[in-house]
Design a protein around this ligand. Structure first.
Ligand code: ATP
Ligand code: MG
Length: 356
């Protein structure tokens, strides 16, 4: 079991802002050499507070993986960061030298992807892969690193760890491979785990076990987590904060409780299906009529406008992200305008959400 000694203290909203472990501001990503397809990701800002878990959600093609890959310095050559910053413990991940980034990745920032086999080396025993990472990042001796690797495998719930450490990845089930991937990600004093759909490739029972493991590790080790997911049940159960992306923009940032109870952006509202039971939602993201426009054919102004049931002519104007309450942001001019009007009349923000 995981050692929960020294577990995180109770979390508050302030953790997400002032003491952010990761502070992303204005991140933009373009397709290289294609002027038509600028702004695959545009002006993306969010924070991950220490020990917070932040969900990055949105339909397919909205830019979640590009955002995660940019933070890890793993964008393909076809795409490039064209603006913004991403401060992690004083280092800008977007401009750091490749060697510095390599030290951070696999060290204080761990990553888990959908398919563990794309990250595990098929020619190396799993224990050696984890030990290698500790030798590289922490300078441990071969023997100490190997002992640590066995302990890590045990920590992520792999029975008979010393024996399993001598297995090659293909000798393990998908769930066990993902556990190895997680052990590898947290192997070197990890503080932030970036997980891009870490359970999508697994069957439902194993998914639940892996998520439980992630939640245990987060609490036990005080990790911060940035979780890309399509699963609202996972968001409800596992995450503190939510970042909603649509067509390369962040359209809402909020606490999960607030977003489920009072989604501010019409896209968040549509995604959550305006579920009155809030965090009781257990469904996958429901479908919304229409499709996310491909890069290169984003509409002017609000990119969600053609699918938005509340759209008015003014939505064709560029939309800024506005902080409507401390820590709560929306990129919908209508919502921000209505809230200001309501405040001027002495109403509460709760009323406005019901009216949008
Ligand atoms: N190498 C690339 N070349 C061209 N377009 C790309 C490339 N990588 C990403 N894109 C485009 O950028 C957009 C965002 O892609 P991304 O993979 O970040 O989406 P996503 O939100 O992670 O979707 P999903 O939920 O399906 O994983 C998509 O329209 C995608 O087609
Ligand atoms: Mg993706």
């Amino acid at each position: 079991m995981i050692d929960t000694a020294g577990a995180a203290s109770p979390r508050t909203d302030r953790d997400a802002g002032d003491s952010a472990l990761l502070d992303v501001r204005g991140l933009s990503i373009d397709l290289v050499g294609d002027e038509q397809q600028r702004g695959l990701v545009e002006d993306v800002s969010f924070q991950v507070g220490r020990r917070r878990s932040v969900a990055l959600i949105g339909e397919s093609g909205c830019g979640k993986s590009l955002t995660a890959f940019a933070l890890l310095g793993l964008l393909s050559r076809a795409t490039r960061v064209s603006g913004g910053s991403a401060l992690f413990e004083g280092v800008d991940l977007l401009t750091a030298a490749p060697q510095q980034l390599a030290r951070i990745r696999g060290g204080p920032i761990g990553a888990i992807f959908q398919d563990p086999m794309t990250s595990l080396d098929p020619t190396m025993k799993v224990g050696d892969q984890i030990a290698e990472s500790r030798r590289l990042h922490l300078g441990e001796s071969r023997k100490t690193a190997r002992k640590h690797a066995e302990r890590l495998l045990d920590q992520v719930g792999i029975a008979n760890a010393p024996e399993r450490a001598r297995s090659y990845p293909h000798e393990l089930s998908g769930g066990m491979q993902q556990r190895v991937m997680i052990a590898s990600a947290i192997a070197c004093d990890c503080k932030l785990l970036i997980a891009d759909e870490p359970t999508t490739a697994l069957d439902v029972t194993i998914q639940a076990q892996i998520l439980e493991l992630l939640a245990d590790l987060q609490r036990g080790l005080g990790l911060a987590v940035l979780l890309v997911t399509h699963d609202l049940g996972v968001v409800a159960d596992f995450c503190d904060d939510i970042v909603v992306m649509y067509a390369g923009h962040v359209v809402e940032r909020n606490s999960v409780d607030e977003a489920f109870a009072r989604p501010r952006h019409p896209y968040t509202k549509a995604l959550l299906g305006a579920v009155p039971e809030g965090r009781e939602a257990r469904a996958k993201l429901p479908t919304i009529p229409g499709r996310v426009p491909p890069a290169g054919s984003f509409p002017e102004g609000c990119r969600f406008q053609p699918r938005c049931e509340f759209a008015v002519a003014a939505c064709g104007e560029p939309q800024r992200e506005v902080e409507i309450e401390p820590g709560r942001h929306t990129r919908c001019g209508r919502v921000a305008h209505d809230l200001l009007q309501l405040e001027a009349r002495g109403g509460t923000h709760d009323e406005s959400s019901a009216r949008t």
